[in-house]
Write a protein that binds this ligand. Structure first.
Ligand code: SF4
Length: 286
């Protein structure tokens, strides 16, 4: 349990409006996320004497940097009773289970923000359990699936190690095998310089003046059309994008069973199914 709701508006004799802003673009958050429901329930519990008989709790998420088919601001509505039932029947039992001595430790995407991930036996177990293999083509399908399922946890663990190593080195500690260096940077333009004109008089010239004077139109990039997520941020952009944008098929990839997308059959299996269906159809028509 964590965080603070950004905005809570109590509407007397009606309900509460909870608004939470997410500036990140890494993890998609939906308005019925348990974090929002916690804010909703806590808000309801602390102000219910001001609300109507059937208080409505509106929970809004605003995540402008993460494109979503329903737009950046999305909401769900729950009654105070529904939220109370969720709190009592789902959240409190889970909290109690987490406090038990040998509580279940289940790694996943949620470990990303967990302050215990560096010491968590489950995370360490996932990492320790990975054997370095010579040839991946000697692994069984079961081993591939097991290792792919650990990928996210291992990557997050290594990112946390990297951040910790950097922080220690910047404080002056030695990390064997590594040294502090300047990060690579890209060249940037100066804003302006003093240059002499044809009469030898020094004057301030801006970069834009200098580059256009020297290269003319070639100093400019060609105009580039914005992407659907960029157009979506413009006024009336969502409607335009829903009319003009489509998602091209970019090939198949493996996703965990828990992924919301429907499973796709590889082309050969689909072909065999189509052939079998055609044969059945032929038999039926005899
Ligand atoms: S790092 Fe460990 S304790 Fe933290 S969320 Fe993941 S499994 Fe749970």
């Amino acid at each position: 349990m964590f965080g603070k709701g950004d905005i809570r508006i109590v509407v007397p004799s009606h309900g509460i409006i909870i608004i939470d802003h997410k500036n990140g673009s890494g993890v998609m958050v939906e308005p019925d996320d348990s974090q929002l429901k916690m804010y909703g329930y806590m808000g309801f519990e602390s102000t219910k004497e001001y609300l109507g008989e059937i208080p409505v709790i509106e929970m809004w998420i605003s995540q402008p940097r993460k494109p979503h088919k329903d737009g950046p601001h999305r909401s769900v509505y729950m009654t105070g009773e529904e939220l109370t039932n969720w709190w009592l029947d789902t959240l409190l039992p889970a909290l109690a289970a987490a406090r038990e001595e040998n509580a279940l430790l289940k790694t996943g995407e949620w470990c990303r923000f967990c302050p215990a991930k560096m010491d968590c036996p489950a995370t360490k177990g996932e990492v320790d359990d990975v054997k370095i293999v010579g040839n991946v083509d000697t692994l069984s399908n079961e081993e591939i699936g097991r290792l792919m399922a650990k990928r996210a946890v291992i990557v997050k663990f290594l990112e946390a190690i990297n951040a910790e190593g950097n922080a220690r080195a910047k404080k002056g500690e030695m990390i064997p095998g590594f040294k502090l260096v300047h990060q690579k940077g890209n060249r940037a333009w100066k804003d302006s310089m003093n240059e002499k004109d044809e009469n030898g008089v020094e004057k301030k010239v801006t970069f834009a003046e200098a580059v256009v004077a020297r290269f003319g139109k070639e100093a400019y990039e060609p105009q580039v059309l914005k992407s659907p997520p960029q157009i979506e941020k413009l006024v009336e952009g969502s409607r335009f994008v829903s009319k003009w944008a489509y998602t091209p098929q970019t090939g198949l990839t493996l996703a965990p069973d828990s992924d919301k997308r429907a499973a796709v059959k590889p082309a050969i299996e689909q072909f065999m199914d189509d052939m079998a269906a055609q044969e059945t159809k032929g038999d039926d028509s005899k």
